[in-house]
Structure formats: C-alpha cells, structure tokens
Design a protein around this ligand. Structure first.
Ligand code: IPM
Ligand code: MN
Length: 340
C-alpha cells in the first residue's frame, strides 16, 4: 500500500486549530480509503522565531524537503520569511486558487467557478527594496522563464475544464516591459493551445469585472502581486476567506494551504473555519493522486470534497458563514459525512 509522507506546518494564530481539524479529517479519510498518510511536524512562524531565533529552522526545511507534500496553516508576521521563502526556495512557481460557489454558502452568484493561476516566485515578492537618497526603490522581477511556465500551466489547466477560457490579467499599459513580457508569454502559450479561448484584461478592469460578472471567468492567469490581491477578492465572491483553499505547485513538490491568514482576532476562540484548510487537504490528495498516478488517492479526494460540501449544505457552519458551530463541531460534522 502506498504511503505518503506529509509534512505539517501548523503556523500561528488560528493555524493550530484548523490544522488539528484537518489532521483529524485526513485521519478519517485515510481509514475510509486505505490511503496511508504519515504526518511529520515542520514547525515555523512567529512562535518558532520567538523560541529558536529562526522563523523557518533548517530542520523544518529538511522535513518539508523530505516529504511527498506539505500541508500548511497560516503564519503570522513572519509569513514572508516562511511561505514566500518556501515558494522561492522550492520553486513552487504556480499558485492555484479556485473560487467556486458552494451550495448553502451565501455568495454573490450561485454559478461562480473559476481558478486564479498566480505566478508564485518573483515580481515584487522578491523583496528587493532599497533605500535611496529620497525614499525607497522596489524592484519588480519578471523573467521569461517564469512567465512562460505560468502561462503554460494556466492553459494546461484550462484544457481540462469545460469552458476552456484563459484571461491574462496585467497592467501592460503602465508597466510596459515587465507586464509586456508577461503578456507576450501568454499570447505565445495561447497560440499553442488553439482549443482554449484567450483574452487579456488590465488588472483594474479585472477587479471590477470579478464583481460585475464573476460567472464569466474560467481561468485567470496573472503575476504574483496581482494574484495575491485578486484571490482575496475571489474568495469573498464565493463566501469568504474561511473556505478558500490553495496549492503552491512546483514540478515535483507542492505545499497546500488555506488562503486566509493567522486571524489573531479570533485565534484561540475555537471558532475558525476548518473548510479552507480541509479543501486544501483535498487539493493535496488530488495532486498526489495525479502525480503518483494513484487512483485511490484521487477517489479519497473526491470523497472528502463531497463530505465537506454535504456538511456545509446541511447547515454545518462556523460564525464566518453565519453559523454558530465551533471548529471542533464543524470538524465532527465533516467526519460524520465521511463515514456516511
Ligand atoms: C497569500 C498571503 C501571503 C502572500 C502573505 C501571508 C505573505 O497573503 O498567500 O496570499 O502575500 O502571498
Ligand atoms: Mn494573500
């Protein structure tokens, strides 16, 4: 029986609560499906910095590198030193952020179903900021390689979807060279995928159109910072950050995490929504299933997704979704659906 080594970073704030929930749910998925998951902690974040002097200790990085995949909770103030660094060091160049309406969750429209494919290794996220005589200069890095591979990733993803539409979101009217390079790479990819319809949109217009007609989007491919901003907007369209999952994909390794942050305002209260991290765990099982050609793992992912959806549709909700369940009770509802 295949067994997967999963590194687990619980992170800060609500991270501990939602990660515990995800592990409980995965434990139940594992016994129901026969997919064996072996969890190893990879501590990192604010608390680890306070305790060890390092936000991302070498030991944790080794655990992550040695695993098949990583499941990660949100990190607080040290996020740049942890997740932004991991994305770059492990070359996890594609950040996949689906936005899909969920029956039972109040959302802007019932028929939203799109995915943001966010470049994940460069742009302003390289953190190249320099003090100069009269202020600060920040460098935006855009390479041909990163543009080409994120564009290709978006078209490949679109090929597997019904609508097969890619829109490249940028601001090439102002950032003529950097966004210009991104736009050309997307056009070149478009020429290689004639079955996919392709268009381009400036990021300001995209921000507006996401509210005006979110159902018209299928795959959005964009640069790192724009993708960060638009993915929070996208999450809100379908019910909020509490339910938004994401995958940081490289060619051979991937980290899965909820889109939400450490939420210090509700940390420790036991009311954080475990759906965001659980759907991320679901993406992890899907990715393992595909990359390891493990049918059982793919089936386990489908069963988990269905259980989460059924629980929510039956009214199991934490306060962020207008319900009154605690994280623990919500977890129990999902586990109960898994056993059904
Ligand atoms: C995200 C987060 C991170 C980002 C932060 C925590 C550094 O907002 O994953 O979207 O900006 O990428
Ligand atoms: Mn973000």
């Amino acid at each position: 029986m295949a067994s997967y080594a999963i590194s687990v970073m619980e992170g800060d704030g609500v991270g501990k609560e939602v990660t515990r929930s995800a592990l409980e749910i995965l434990g139940s998925v594992s016994s129901a499906s026969g997919v064996s998951l072996d969890f190893t902690p990879a501590p990192a974040g604010d608390a680890v910095l306070a305790g060890t002097g390092e936000a991302l200790p070498q030991q944790s990085l080794s655990v992550i590198r040695g695993s098949d995949a990583c499941l990660k909770g949100p990190v607080g103030e040290t996020a740049a030193a942890v997740i932004v660094k991991l994305r770059q060091v492990l070359d996890l160049y594609a950040n996949i952020r689906p936005a899909k309406s969920m029956p039972g969750v109040p959302c802007l429209r019932p028929d939203i179903d799109f995915v943001i494919v966010r470049e994940n290794t460069e742009d302003l996220y390289r953190g190249l900021e320099f003090e100069v005589a009269d202020g600060v200069v920040a460098m935006r890095v855009t390479t041909t390689k990163a543009c080409a591979r994120i564009a290709d990733r978006a078209f490949r993803l679109a090929m597997g979807r019904k609508a097969k539409k890619v829109v490249a979101v940028h601001k090439a009217n102002v950032m003529r060279k950097s966004c210009g390079l991104f736009s050309s790479a997307c056009r070149e990819a478009a020429a290689r995928y004639p079955a996919v319809s392709f268009s381009e949109m400036y990021v300001d217009a995209a921000a507006m159109n996401l509210i005006r007609s979110p159902e018209s989007f299928d795959v959005i491919v964009t640069t790192n910072m724009f993708g960060d901003i638009l993915s929070d907007e996208a999450a809100q369209l379908v019910g909020g950050l509490g339910i938004a999952p994401s995958a940081n994909l490289g060619d051979k390794f991937a980290i899965f995490e909820p889109v939400h942050g450490s939420a210090p305002d509700i940390a420790g209260k036991g009311i954080a929504n475990p759906v965001g991290i659980s759907l991320s765990a679901c993406m992890m099982l899907e990715w393992l299933g595909e990359s390891r050609e493990d049918r059982k793992c793919g089936d386990a992912a489908s069963a988990l997704r269905a259980a989460i959806e059924r629980a929510v549709q039956k009214g199991a909700k934490t306060p962020d979704l207008g319900g009154s369940l605690t994280t623990e009770k919500m977890t129990r509802e999902i586990v109960a659906e898994l056993r059904r």
